[in-house]
Design a protein around this ligand. Structure first.
Ligand code: ADP
Ligand code: MG
Length: 182
């Protein structure tokens, strides 16, 4: 039996729809993986310091890869699509003086593409590199709305709550709207 993974996709820079579409096409090319379902596109108010509205989508994948291998494939796609990683592996640029030397806040920075594993079967993983289910799911309407479209009855393995229930009870008041199809 293949694993069932739900991936949260977000973009708030450049041609956001095109970025999401490209990420989807690239996910469809991951070995031993197929796209089972996709949600509609949603536009959401950013959390934190980012200013641009995000385009969000949730994708259900069926895969024979492990969660860790899936994470690394998703990171490859982010890298190939030109996302600046928070911690570059390559030699860092020489430190500039004063404020300019400060790296942008890791959380909620603008990005061409962000790919998060939301759920991976009913697995619970808590390592520094990978946390599944994604810990922010109950606090993110921009995840819960598209997720409720594709898997309303999916049960959170730690809380026992369905996606529908989490959406109905989330305290997140940020605006999330369904985008018209193009
Ligand atoms: P966020 O998505 O929380 O805004 P980032 O995408 O910049 O932040 O975080 C990337 C890091 O988060 C990766 O290095 C990855 O190892 C880690 N991470 C932990 N759990 C997950 C998960 N479920 N999905 C994706 N990345 C995760
Ligand atoms: Mg991420």
């Amino acid at each position: 039996m293949p694993h069932r993974a739900f991936i949260g996709v977000g973009s708030n820079l450049g041609d956001r729809r095109a970025n999401v579409a490209e990420a989807l096409a690239r996910m469809a090319e991951i070995p031993e993986t197929r796209v089972a379902r996709t949600s509609s596109l949603y536009e959401s108010e950013p959390h934190g310091v980012a200013k641009n509205l995000f385009v969000n989508m949730v994708v259900e994948l069926e895969t024979d890869l492990s969660a860790v291998d899936m994470l690394s494939r998703l990171a490859d796609i982010e890298d190939q699509m030109g996302r600046k990683r928070a911690k570059p592996k390559a030699k860092p640029a020489p430190a500039a003086k004063g404020k300019a030397a400060k790296a942008p806040a890791k959380k909620d920075v603008s990005r061409l593409i962000d790919l998060d594993i939301l759920f991976f079967n009913t697995e619970v993983v808590n390592t520094p590199k990978l946390r599944v289910p994604h810990p922010e799911i109950p606090r993110r309407r921009f995840v819960l709305m598209p997720l409720a479209e594709v898997a309303p009855q999916l049960v959170h393995p730690e809380t026992g709550l369905t996606v529908s229930k989490m959406l109905a009870t989330t305290e997140d008041r940020k605006r999330v709207v369904l985008m018209p199809p193009r």
